[in-house]
Design a protein around this ligand. Structure first.
Ligand SMILES: Cc1cc2nc3c(=O)[nH]c(=O)nc-3n(C[C@H](O)[C@H](O)[C@H](O)COP(=O)(O)O)c2cc1C
Length: 212
């Protein structure tokens, strides 16, 4: 492996100016997401979600952002997964978007809650049949014996539903992350990066610049 100490990248693709930033971080985020999509980044809606046990033991994984609105950020998963079990006991998460090609990252922190059954149903019903079967068949995050066991579970579910429509399993659905802090980071030369953070207040949002 090459020497990681010698790997060093200068960032000069852009800059952040308080006067150009939206008053609301969700609006600013939507502009950044549009820029990431326009730039042709692969899966720009892939984000790292960090959860923690009540004892403070963290874990992180990539999931796909499926919606963003004034309330917050939505993703879908198995409620019995490791993240689901963490969230049940400790409903606070951190999200990270690493849009490296643009020399940008967005960090989000907030509380998390399940979406309504109806909203989860709506999204589940829009998924391809194979993904619906997968939601039933995969005991996400649990140890399985081997690949064959997973394929057997998949076949069992396929047989079970046969030609019947596949409805959403109760253990699968959406989460809404309600942001309390959102930070926008833009790489700058000589490690003098731009960081603009929004904190949720009683009145709305306050905006601040952080040292890099
Ligand atoms: C690009 C990418 C997208 C993913 N999207 C999702 C997703 O939307 N929902 C999900 O449950 N897992 C998704 N995964 C898998 C998760 O990273 C993870 O393996 C799984 O959710 C189990 O995590 P846990 O054991 O920490 O609960 C994705 C992985 C990658 C690499």
């Amino acid at each position: 492996m090459s020497n990681l100490y010698q790997m060093r990248q200068e960032y000069a693709a852009g800059s952040l100016h308080e006067e150009d930033m939206a008053l609301n971080p969700v609006q600013e985020f939507e502009e950044w997401m549009d820029a990431a999509i326009t730039a042709g980044l692969p899966e720009p809606n892939a984000m790292t979600v960090a959860t923690a046990t009540p004892g403070g033991k963290p874990s992180a994984r990539v999931v796909l952002l499926k919606e963003v609105n004034e309330e917050g950020f939505v993703f879908f998963t198995n409620y019995k997964s490791r993240k689901g079990r963490d969230i049940e006991k400790n409903p606070f998460v951190a999200i990270l978007f690493d849009w490296h090609v643009l020399e940008r990252q967005v960090r989000i922190e907030g509380s998390i809650e399940k979406l309504s059954e109806e909203e989860s149903d709506d999204y589940f019903d829009s998924r391809p049949e194979s993904a619906k079967i997968g939601a039933w068949a995969s005991p996400q995050s649990h140890i399985i014996k081997d690949r064959e066991e997973l394929e057997r579970l998949q076949e069992e579910i396929e047989d079970q539903f046969d030609e019947l429509p596949v409805h959403r399993p109760g253990h699968w659905g959406g989460y809404l992350v309600r942001p309390t802090a959102v930070e926008f980071w833009q790489g700058r030369p000589n490690r003098m990066h731009d960081r603009i953070v929004y904190y949720k207040t009683e009145e709305g949002w306050s905006m601040h610049r952080l040292a890099p």
